[in-house]
Structures are given as C-alpha cells and as structure tokens.
Write a protein that binds this ligand. Structure first.
Ligand code: G3I
Length: 466
C-alpha cells in the first residue's frame, strides 16, 4: 500500500493550482499591459512627506530635536509625520550628560532616543568630543587625566546607546575657520595635540562597532582651506586604517555664507575617499523663493552624490531655531509649510502641497508649484507626470527641471517642450506654446523613462514662473 498517496496527491494538487494561478496572472497581465494601465512596481504615486520621499531615494531626512518640545503636540506631530531621523540638539553634549566627572545623566537624551525608536526613526548622536558645551571640570584636567576622561566619556556614552545610534559625531568642529587649515584651540588640542582626534575615533570604534563614526564641521561645505584640512585628515585616516565612516557637513547658510557653487563637488571629493557624507545641521536664513531655491540646491547636491546618505535640518520649526529671527527652517513658527518645504519635497521626488510654492523666480509675484506622480510602470520603463499649478496670481509662463538618475533615460515626452543639458540627464520642460495659467489653475506634462535597471525616482526641481 502506498502510504505516501495523500502527501503526493496534495503536492500534485498544489502544483496544479499554482500553475493555474500563474496562467491567470500572466493572462491578466498581458491584457492589462496591452491596455497600458498596469503597474508592476511601486510606487504608484510619489510619497508625500519629507522622510518617505527621502526613503524612496535610499536616504533619511531628519531634524534636530529638543526634548523639551516633544510635549508640544504640533511639534511632535510635525516631527513624527515628516521626518525619519533625529539628532538631539543639545541633550547628548558633554555638559548635558556628564556635567560632573563620571556621573552620567541620560534623561533628556533617552527621551529623544525612545521617542525616535517608537517611530522607527534613525538617531544621529551629537556629539562626543567638542570644544564647546564642555563642563568646567574638563578644562582643569592634566593631559593624562584629560585623555582618560575623554576616553571614558566616549566609551560610557556610546555603550549606553549601543545599537540605537545610526551615526555618531565623534569629533565636532576641530578645525579653525579661515585660511590657516590649523586645528582649533581646545583643551583636547592644547593638551593632547593632533593625535586626540585619532584616539577619539579608535576609542569610539571599540565602544560600539555598530555605529558609523563621523567627523562633523561647519564652513567646510565648499572647497576651501578649512575643508581642505579636514579632507587631508580623512585621507590620512583612511590610508592608515584609523576608523572613520562618515563626514558631516553642517550647512548653516545665510546671505553672507550662501550654498557654495561647488557644494556637490566638495561632498563628492570626500565620498571618493571612501566615507559616507551627510548634511547634518542644515538651515538657510531667508524666506520665499530665494530660500526655497537654496534648499532645493542642497537636496539636489545630496541626491547627486551616491554616498550622501541623508540630510538633517537643524530644527523642526522657525519658532525654536537657534537663529529664529533668520527664519531658516522648513516650517514657520505656526508649523505652516514654507515654500522651501514644497521645494525640498518635490526635489526629493515627493508630491504634496506646501503652503507656498515650489520656488518661483518670476520676480513679479508669479509662482507655481509641482506635484509628481508615477502613472504607470513596466519592467523596463515607467511613465511620470508632473502637474504644474499657478500660485496666487495668473502666470504667463513656467519651467520645471526634471533630473534623472543615470543610467535612466527619457524615451518620450508629451504635453510639453523639453530641452536637455549636455549629460542628457537634466530635462527642462517648458509649455508647448502658450504657458498661461489662471490663478490656481493646473496643467500637466508627461514622460516615459527607460529605467536601464535603476529603480530611482526622478528629481523634480522647483517650478519657475513669470
Ligand atoms: O536650557 C538652558 C535654559 O535653561 C537657560 O535658561 C537658557 C539661558 O541662556 O539657556 C538654555 O540653554 C541653551 C541651549 O542652547 C538650549 O536652548 C544654551 O544657553 C545655548 O547656548 C544652547 O545653544 C545651542 C548651541 O549649539 C550651543 O553651542 C543651540 O541650541 C544649538 O542649536 C547649537 O547647535 C550647534 C551644534 O551643536 C554644532 N554646530 C553648530 C550648531 C549651532 O550653533
């Protein structure tokens, strides 16, 4: 007697059912694909928050957070909705966690970390060794004592947060501004000499081998004497096997210190050393379309550097910014989305509505915003649609830039007049004929992208109107 019969029968029946199901799927797929309406791959439409849009590009979009504001519902809901990474603004600094030698207080920092963990957000640890926000007792130590205090601080703090921190700013702002390229005077530099930075990184790796170890600084965003000095240090570390995984570019910008034209090139030269790069404390003073355009340029630069793993703005709302009067953030003091928000979102490939516009430059008050939607996908290509909407006044012309990640290529476009840059990856779309739109009115253009194996979402830049 064949005792295997029931099992064999079940297996055969299962295989037959699987074949039937597969035939049905193939049949249905063929019909729908022929009709041009099937979507084989996500997303059917673009993400509508900063964090989700950045995630679709394989990156995080974070904010500095102050524990004291988490109880404010608008603060927490904006943070939780829009961001997928946090950096404690002050709570992990030396004066906050070890104001008395070897007595650690992690209360406020823990609050931020557990909030972030509850929401699935990454945490950047900021910062272990910095000349500022140091308790007085550190400055009074002898060299030997300072060395052991520094290593103890790094070890205890990192071990407390082991497994919870994506990246640590191990050393912060160790170089001087200006043309000297010299190290900044600090208790560490003055008593331990240049070697303290290397020692801090080696201690950090030993304390938590799972966290990425970053050097973080400001005024290093473009190619200049200060960034050259940091570059030389990172190159030397990589050559000698000193553990360093990433470099943070703070990116505090204003009219005196605008986004440098070689920002992307500078990020890329560091990435080429074999480290990740991150935009760690982004804020840009200003308002309206000028601010929006600068934000868009920063995001575009990060998206164009493969090893730029994420961006963090230095606060959720202008209300609590360290330079609040310069209104440098993406949400105003009432948590309304600013034009810069809309530009960042659309540059990240997301779609949604900001309260302003996606960075118009008409100079006459003419504004427009864009939303991007993937309307159909096939295994080798997809269709994208950009809807252009006039702002608070009628416009007579508009232009939108769409950047593709190589090796993707546009094979066809409709309802617009495209032109291309020399790389063939940046398309500027203008109206087909008359570009007039009444206040709040919309028009759309579309394009087919051959993916050539890349799943990337195109970057829709700001909309310019006149
Ligand atoms: O919490 C106290 C409060 O109790 C007290 O009444 C008040 C009076 O001054 O001070 C409050 O502490 C302030 C703290 O921010 C929290 O608001 C400190 O004085 C103030 O110095 C501190 O400023 C921080 C600054 O670092 C310190 O250097 C900013 O919030 C913080 O945004 C800023 O962040 C730095 C990064 O860590 C490194 N890169 C530059 C960046 C901007 O300066």
């Amino acid at each position: 007697m064949n005792t295997n019969f029931p099992r064999e029968y079940a297996t055969l029946r299962h295989r037959a059912l699987r074949r039937a199901r597969k035939a049905l799927v193939i049949g249905a797929t063929g019909i729908l694909a022929a009709a041009g309406v099937i979507s084989f791959s996500a997303p059917a439409s673009a993400a509508s928050t900063l964090g989700a849009s950045a995630a679709a590009k394989g990156r995080y979009f974070g904010s500095a957070v102050a524990a004291g504001h988490l109880g404010e519902s608008q603060y927490a809901s904006t943070l939780d909705t829009e961001f997928n990474a946090v950096t404690p603004e002050n709570e992990m600094k030396w004066d906050a966690v070890e104001s008395t030698r070897n007595s650690f207080n992690f209360g406020s920092a823990d609050q931020i970390v557990s909030h972030a963990q509850g929401k699935g957000m990454k945490v950047r640890g900021h910062t272990l060794v910095w000349y500022s926000q140091l308790p007085g007792w550190v400055g009074g130590l002898s060299a030997g004592d300072l060395r052991s205090a520094m290593n103890n601080h790094i070890t205890k703090v990192m071990q407390h947060y082991q497994g919870k921190i994506y990246a640590w700013d191990v050393v912060n702002e160790a170089f001087q501004d200006g043309s000297s390229g010299a190290r900044r005077s600090s208790p560490f530099q003055d008593k331990l000499g240049n070697g303290y930075i290397e020692e801090a990184f080696r201690t950090a790796r030993a304390a938590d081998s799972g966290a990425k170890l970053c050097y973080n600084d400001y005024n290093t965003d473009g190619v200049n004497a200060k960034s050259d000095a940091v570059y030389a240090m990172v190159k030397d570390f990589k050559a000698r096997g000193v553990p360093i995984d990433c470099v943070g570019f703070q990116s505090h910008f204003n009219s005196q210190s605008p986004v440098p034209s070689d920002y992307r090139a500078n990020l890329q030269r560091f990435a080429d050393l074999g480290v990740d790069v991150q935009i760690t404390e982004l804020d840009i003073e200003g308002s309206g379309s000028a601010q929006a355009t600068s934000y868009g340029n920063v995001v575009t630069a990060c998206l164009n550097v493969t090893r730029c793993t994420g961006m963090t703005v230095w606060g959720v709302t202008d209300k609590y910014s360290w330079r609040s009067s310069g209104t440098p953030l993406l949400f105003d003091s009432n948590y309304a989305k600013k034009p810069a928000y809309a530009t960042v979102l659309s540059t990240l490939g997301g779609s949604g509505s900001g309260s302003g516009g996606g960075g118009s430059t008409g100079g006459s008050g003419a504004t427009c915003t864009t939303t991007y939607t993937r309307t159909a996908s096939w295994s080798d290509r997809y269709n994208g649609q950009v809807t252009v909407t006039a702002g608070n006044s009628a416009i007579s012309d508009w232009a939108v830039q769409v950047t593709l990640a190589s090796p993707q290529k546009v094979s066809t476009t409709w309802s617009g007049s495209p032109s291309w840059d020399s790389s063939g990856n940046v398309m500027t779309m203008k109206p087909n004929g008359n570009g007039s739109l009444a206040t709040g009115a919309s028009t759309s253009f579309g394009f087919t992208v051959m993916t050539n194996g890349s799943p990337a979402v195109p970057t829709v830049g700001s909309c310019t109107a006149s």
